[in-house]
Design a protein around this ligand. Sequence first.
Ligand SMILES: Nc1ncnc2c1ncn2[C@@H]1O[C@H](COP(=O)(O)OP(=O)(O)OP(=O)(O)O)[C@@H](O)[C@H]1O
Length: 399
Amino acid sequence: MTTVVQIEGLSKHFVLRKEKSLKERVVNFGRSRKHREDFWALRDIDLQIESGTTLGLIGPNGSGKSTLLKMVGGILQPDSGSVKIRGRLAALLELGAGFHPDLTGRENVYLNASILGLSRVQIDRYFDAIVDFSGIEAFIDTQVKFYSSGMYVRLAFAVAVHVDPDILLVDEVLAVGDEPFQRKCLERIREFQAEGRTIVMVTHGLDQVAEFCDRAVVLEKGRIVTDGTPREALRTLRADFEEVRQEEVERRQLAEEHTLNRAIARFTGISLATSSGVTSSAEIAPGEQLTVLMETFTSGEVTDFKIGVGIATPLGTVLWSTTTELLGDEVPPMRGTGMYQFALRDIPLTAGEYTIQTTLSGLDGREIHHVPAAAQFSVDDTLSSIGPVRLAASFDVRV
Ligand SMILES: Nc1ncnc2c1ncn2[C@@H]1O[C@H](COP(=O)(O)OP(=O)(O)OP(=O)(O)O)[C@@H](O)[C@H]1O
């Protein structure tokens, strides 16, 4: 396979200007440069993208995804390192990039497509198809500064996909299009994939990454932290998000504890018991019982709470869950350490990997501690169906 995007040692910094008070400015007049701070939006990025790949760039807000895409698109220049592109590149980056506000839609189509390397005759040939795809024919002779953001993206995407690009860069902007247009764009992206073109997309729609991409890169604070299958990348990102969420829950709990002097209860260990022993990562046969063992600790006494358990896919979709309350069980007050267990019988799942989630919450619904991937198990089954649910099925010919 050919490498179509080759990124080596790429770094980009921005200068953050911090406003100082008038007093600070007068006192330090001419001596201090402290109101300038260097900020690295990207640091030492090495990335190689092969032709025909659909790569998802994901990461928390401000992690550098758009900056990286802009550098691949040639809109931003790196401070160090290099980006080499092989083939024609079309980019749908931030709103406003690529279109001149005072020109009409028609003029912008010509301008934009010629910048992307098309001749006038070629643009004449594609023009009707571009306008038709965009669905904004009535506004094609209006200056684009009067366009809504959705109309803007419609026209920009229509141009980008009609200039016969080898590489298509798509930033989050697609999200401003309405639902039917987004569906149309995603269909076009699928056609591009089938034609073997290369696509790099930035998205916060994690389901989209699992659905569309064959490779995903997670950026965090300007560095690549995971580069692998969408499943691996999503696992990293979800774990990070979960860590942030958990920190927030803990901060809230601490604040609550200080004000209400309430005890905090937490899970201190989760394991799975099967016929072959106790582990945090079990393998079961269809129909085998799985017992989820939970250890908890609280510094004081916790009353009026429930315990929950759930089974999820590695991507976090909950397939099943229950709580002591739903089962009609009361949990006695918790003091110090606690040991509990849920027995899950005859699990109706097909071959695959699953995670166990556990939750401690008040009877009023307030979450005390949630562990999204507390343990894993896999079901070892012969493949006779598709999808996570196992059910008995047979086939007969009826004459
Ligand atoms: N022109 C600029 N001047 C100063 N700082 C900038 C500039 N462009 C981006 N940044 C900063 O660089 C960092 C990375 O920004 P970038 O837009 O690449 O993040 P992102 O991962 O795309 O975020 P989001 O998910 O919010 O779209 C941010 O902290 C942002 O504030």
